[in-house]
Design a protein around this ligand. Structure first.
Ligand code: DX5
Ligand code: ZN
Length: 233
């Protein structure tokens, strides 16, 4: 298995000191920076767009992982690539032409991911998995930080891992399968929930409130998460 990566979500950071908050995560040992983009339509909340993503990009050398919780994401892919996104995930639920959007992301120069709401089955992305570098299993209903982890998510991670392994074997000679499909879990990850999803096959953990809301700071929070998954990160 890949080394498990930690991706702090800036959604729970202090936006008034955003560059510092990003650097704090990098100095504390984060692997990626997760950027949550919300449009007030697909999800109730409104957050940030390409300009703030570019500010994150300028503050760090880490990969910038953009999670688009927006309708019609195809309209904004190029803007986020231009802003410096390395990874871009779109939601299955808003993409009737999901294959086309994933291809668009790759052709624009980023790595494509597909995110699944808690109610969306893993099997719904079976046909596009050969085009995907990252599967995002939402372990809360997207829209807000600080929500409670949905317990059935670990079992869903296991099904996603099994399906990704199957598809990787089938399309093993394809250029994009030089790296295995990564499984990311997003929502309610903390030191009590992290180990279960890693055991189930997750290799990227997003954490917002558990990292930026930790009383002892970002570095301690990252250390605790690493300990919780048995040093596999
Ligand atoms: C939820 C976002 C998450 C969120 C996670 O809609 O996609 O990335 O920031 O926050 P926590 O870790 O607090 O659940
Ligand atoms: Zn997210």
């Amino acid at each position: 298995m890949n080394r498990v990566l930690l991706a702090p979500s800036i959604l729970s950071a202090d936006f008034g000191r955003l560059a510092d908050e990003v650097r704090r995560a990098e100095d504390g040992g984060a692997d990626w920076i997760h950027v949550d983009v919300m449009d007030g339509h697909f999800v109730p909340n409104l957050t940030i767009g390409p300009a703030v993503t570019a500010a994150v990009r300028a503050a760090t050398d880490l990969p910038v992982d953009v999670h688009l919780m927006i309708e019609e994401p195809e309209r904004y892919i190029q803007d986020f690539v231009d802003a410096g996104a390395d990874w871009i995930s779109v939601h299955q639920e808003v993409c009737p032409h999901l294959h086309r959007v994933l291809t668009q992301i790759r052709e624009a120069g980023a790595k494509p991911g597909v995110a699944l709401n808690p109610s969306t089955p893993v099997e719904s992305i079976r046909e596009v998995l050969p085009e995907v570098d990252l599967v995002v299993i939402m372990s809360v209903n997207p829209g807000f930080g600080g929500q409670r982890f949905i317990d059935t998510s670990a079992e869903k991670v296991r099904r996603a891992r099994d399906l990704a392994t199957l598809v990787s074997k089938e399309s093993g000679t394809r250029e994009q399968r030089e790296h295995p499909i990564r499984i990311q879990v997003d929502g309610g990850i903390d030191r009590t929930t992290a180990s279960g999803v890693v055991e189930a096959g997750a290799d990227v953990l997003v954490a917002g409130s558990a990292i930026y809301g930790h009383a002892e700071g970002v570095a301690v929070a990252i250390e605790e998460l690493r300990d919780a998954v048995g040093g596999e990160t």
